[in-house]
Ligand binder design. Structure first.
Ligand code: 48H
Length: 260
């Protein structure tokens, strides 16, 4: 085979095998933000077959831009063990005991690398446009290429089946929104619906992000800002400990549910 063909055949074959192997997973994660990447790593480490589907070309979600494009973020003491697991560098902030600053590009790339190296797969430039919902159960995702979505092309999607779905879509909680609006499910929230994200209150938002990380309907979990939107938590700006701890909690809850 000539080299041009070897390259193309290798890419098509390899990608085809990867996608085929992940059309049926234990956990399908929507969104590749910080909470989802942490969840993916700890799930994969427990032997749970996990794949992330991320709309953008680059996974990492809101990590890259730090605060207002200043590419640094803050993490509190409680989440340092997670940064250490991923070998991400951090340094204490002078005069702010318990808080640490780190390079947001190192954090984004470190989380992506850690999730992949643990065995989770990431499908980037893939948008989740719907859920599989059979016999009152969330059974997986309906996926399409982001360029198809962005160009508004009339192209039918493919499906990924899973035992659990984790909504890691950040502020819009897109998957839980779909489940409520299209499948008309009642969530495990005080109203049965989405309560809506509140304005900024850093320490409350950080704590509630972790508290609100849970299963909202059998087989449908939420982490990160998605969980906070669902349960009406406050936002917190560019501090990321809550996101990291939320991902770790999501992995623990899902692994327990799957008996791993
Ligand atoms: C495929 C999708 C879809 C879809 C969305 O927003 P994220 O970074 O997620 P979190 O919750 O882990 O982190 C939140 C954090 O970045 C943040 O915004 C904070 C701390 N804000 C505080 C504040 O006060 O503003 O990432 C979500 C990812 C993104 O990469 C999206 O592209 C992706 O999900 N996504 N991917 N199909 N339907 N919807």
């Amino acid at each position: 085979m000539v080299i041009e063909n070897t390259i193309s055949a290798a890419i098509v074959g390899s990608f085809g095998n990867k996608l085929l192997d992940n059309l049926n997973v234990d956990v399908a994660i929507v969104g590749g933000g910080p909470s989802a990447l942490v969840a993916a790593r700890y799930l994969a480490e427990k032997g749970v077959k996990t794949a992330i589907f991320e709309r953008k070309l680059a996974p990492g979600g809101g990590t890259w831009g730090g605060g207002m494009l200043f590419n640094e973020v803050v993490v509190q003491d409680d989440a340092l063990d997670i940064l250490d697991d991923f070998s991400i560098t951090h340094r204490p902030i002078d005069g702010a005991k318990g808080y640490h600053c780190l390079d947001s590009v190192e954090m984004a790339s470190g989380l992506i690398f850690g999730a992949l190296k643990a065995g989770s797969k990431i499908f980037n430039s893939v948008s989740v446009e719907d859920i599989v919902f059979k016999e009152n159960k969330v059974g997986g995702l309906v996926i399409n290429w982001t360029p198809v979505e962005r160009l508004g092309m009339h192209v039918d999607p493919l499906t990924v089946l899973s035992k659990c779905v984790l909504d890691g879509t950040g502020h819009p909680c897109e998957i839980v929104n779909m489940a409520v609006n299209k499948a008309h499910i009642k969530l495990d929230t005080p109203s049965g619906g989405i309560l809506g994200e509140k304005p900024m209150w850093v320490d409350s938002g950080e704590a509630s992000t972790v508290e609100n990380t849970r299963e909202y309907f059998p087989g449908l979990f939420a982490c990160g800002m998605s969980a906070n939107n669902i349960m009406g938590g406050y936002r917190m700006g560019p501090i990321f400990g809550g996101m990291l701890m939320s991902g770790k909690k999501a992995a623990k809850l899902i692994a327990e549910k799957l008996g791993k």
